[in-house]
Design a protein around this ligand. Sequence first.
Ligand SMILES: Nc1ncnc2c1ncn2[C@@H]1O[C@H](COP(=O)(O)OP(=O)(O)OP(=O)(O)O)[C@@H](O)[C@H]1O
Length: 263
Amino acid sequence: MTRENVILKVDNLTKQFGGVIAVNEVSFDVKKGEIFAVIGPNGAGKTTLFNMITGVLPSTSGQVVFENHKLTGKKPYQIAKIGVTRTFQNLEVFSNMTVIENVMTGAHLTMKTNLFTAGLRLPMVVKEERKTMEKAMECLERVGIAHLAYKMSPTLPYGSQRLLEIARAAASNPKLILLDEPMAGLNSEESRQLIEVILKMREDGLTFVFVEHDMETVMSMSDRIVVMDNGVKIGEGTPEEVYQNPKIVAAYLGDEEEDTVYA
Ligand SMILES: Nc1ncnc2c1ncn2[C@@H]1O[C@H](COP(=O)(O)OP(=O)(O)OP(=O)(O)O)[C@@H](O)[C@H]1O
């Protein structure tokens, strides 16, 4: 892998909670335009890893570099401004807002106006608001739910709320989106629709890192996979390589045959 096409570098990242080492010296590189999966059994440290990359949690040691920016030590809003955003394991849509208002909250990061100038209703504010709305509508179109723009967000089916979260993440003009269990709770049609949206956004130049328990999605959608167990990276490779790695199969995938439920 050439250094030029690495967009995210996770380097010896560690998180300790008291006596528990949730993430233990984990390193991997993500290339620009990749769809990169992080898998592992419950408690493997996947969400903790995401929380450190996106600044939700400080790391104990190690670092994260995105393009040429060191993310370690930065706050989530600073990281979002640099071009890295995320969705959460549980749906996080604002229930008192319409769909388009929700997406506009994602776009506010890139706005030049502030509360003071907004209060004055200056022409530049009105112009920027219109631009934000257009941008929000464009993001809703990208995920295929523009027709629901003026509905109240909680009235949307679960699958559409997930698409809404992705539209909101896309509204901040990210280069990299981290998705924490995007397929959780979706039926097969909704999952298919979401996979299509992600593949299309990748074609438009976005990079994705996602945590997922649904192996069918992981194997069909990822370019490469990192496997974690007990805080440690136990393997990495293409879906084929991961499936053929006896260590990984023994620690994780092998359980599938016994119908273990991961989610
Ligand atoms: N805030 C915290 N305080 C203490 N321990 C924590 C905290 N957050 C996570 N842990 C512990 O760290 C370990 C990794 O948890 P984490 O949620 O990152 O795993 P995960 O792979 O995302 O699991 P799941 O698939 O169930 O979401 C677990 O042992 C968990 O109990």
